[in-house]
Write a protein that binds this ligand. Structure first.
Ligand code: ATP
Ligand code: MG
Length: 390
């Protein structure tokens, strides 16, 4: 069947009171961007609390459109629909036409009126159209156990009818919540935490620390691929590649003997400090990491506290209470998993101690840092940053 219309319903933004308009415009903009980017020709209108996409005559690649819309954050669900005039006889005919090609025995109708001027109530519409379908197609209504449901959305000018709803990501449109800087490592977790930040309406800027040339270039290539995948949710991204090798060397020489177990915590403190600087440059409001309590030695609550102490802006950790399995399954769903598991040499495996501290002590860590020229180390790293837009 040829559908020329798509009805899009949005998630939470319906609840946003005075800001509703702002959220709706942001979502409208994002839907338009997503469809245009793939060359779809259409017209998009907001009609009483929903969006209606009017597809160009030649557009019929519904699967392609499905794959675009399912990733637009903020959409609750959408449907391919037929349009009818707002007259009950026309609605009856359209329902018949819509169901004509379908294989089913039982059905139900669910009319909703967003325009209360329509002369029949929703219930009356259900009854009248239901009877028409029963007589003409010889089918039965069953409100509980039905093979098909026909939704009839009655707006001021038109009615839209459809039988299938496709669920989407939900969340808030990317951009409405401001900007965050996400520390992305190429592992499984940080792409997922970046996705969750986007899902709450954040625009995400990425920062990756690498030890090139001491580790291969693969880690940076991997980050580019992951960010490319995440771009399906936020269109375009900026990545800061920060050289970390000199800084690590400096920490290494200052953490001989008993102090070597604090290296990872020290690396992380410097990562946060540099990310905070980048966040300032970007006018961002918070940092994002992929930490989950207890997942690895550096992520015990004690260590998180010591790491966090180095930074003065909020560090958000969307995965903090997630199990690894939950994170993996989300990574598969959003499409980053296959790339995350490719081998790469992590910065943090450089000069890694055999037994990293699981309970770092803030006093000792600060003492070690007294011997480091913290500001200069950060400045040096910052002055060699490479920025890439994808
Ligand atoms: P991931 O799967 O995200 O790599 P992980 O389980 O390997 O996480 P860690 O290596 O302890 O965990 O890193 C914790 C968090 O610190 C990461 O999720 C990421 O946000 C940040 N991080 C670690 N290494 C880097 C890096 N090289 N560049 C940027 N951020 C990093
Ligand atoms: Mg990692």
């Amino acid at each position: 069947m040829k559908f020329k219309y798509i009805i899009i319903h949005y998630a939470e933004i319906a609840l946003k009171g005075h800001n509703r308009r702002f959220f709706e415009d942001a979502l409208k903009n994002n839907i338009e961007k997503a469809l245009k980017r793939e060359g779809i020709k259409f017209l998009l209108k907001k009609i009483s609390g929903r969006f209606v996409v009017h597809l160009d005559e030649e557009e019929k690649d519904y699967e392609k459109i499905f794959n675009i819309l399912k990733n637009v954050i903020g959409i609750a669900h959408f449907s391919y629909a037929l349009r009818s005039d707002c007259k009950i006889n026309k609605i009856k005919d359209t329902a018949l036409f819509l169901l004509g090609e379908k294989n089913f025995n039982t059905f139900r109708l669910s009319a909703v009126r967003s325009d209360k001027k329509f002369p029949l109530t929703s219930q009356q519409v259900n009854e009248v159209v239901g009877e028409h379908v029963c007589t003409n197609l010889n089918k039965k209504v069953n409100l509980k156990n039905f093979d098909v449901e026909v939704v009839i959305e009655i707006t001021a000018k038109n009615a839209f009818l459809y039988t299938e709803k496709f669920g989407c990501v939900r969340g808030l449109p990317v951009g409405v919540s401001g900007k965050v800087v996400s520390l992305i490592s190429g592992g499984i977790d940080s792409p997922v935490s970046s996705f969750y930040a986007m899902k709450r309406g954040c625009n995400v800027v990425f920062v990756h620390f690498h030890s090139f040339p001491y580790t291969g270039i693969e880690s940076q290539e991997k980050i580019k691929k992951i960010v490319q995948i995440l771009n399906k949710f936020q269109f375009k991204s900026k990545i800061y590649f920060v050289p970390f090798a000199d800084l690590q060397r400096e920490i290494f020489v200052n953490t001989a003997g008993n102090f070597e177990k604090f290296r990872v915590v020290l690396y992380r403190r410097f990562m946060l400090r540099i990310a905070e600087k980048i966040c300032g440059k970007e006018n961002g409001q918070a940092l994002i990491t992929g930490d989950a309590i207890g997942q690895v030695a550096s992520q015990t609550l004690e260590n998180i506290m010591v790491i966090n102490e180095a930074c003065n802006i909020p560090v958000l950790r969307p995965l903090i209470t997630f199990d690894k399995e939950e994170i993996i399954s989300k990574a598969k769903e959003i499409g980053t998993y296959e790339i995350s598991i490719l081998p790469h040499c992590d910065t943090c495996t450089r000069y890694i101690p055999k037994h990293p501290a699981t309970k770092a002590n803030i006093e000792i860590v600060k003492k070690i840092e007294e011997n480091l020229d913290v500001d200069k180390m950060i400045e040096d790293a910052m002055s060699n940053v490479e920025i890439l837009e994808i």
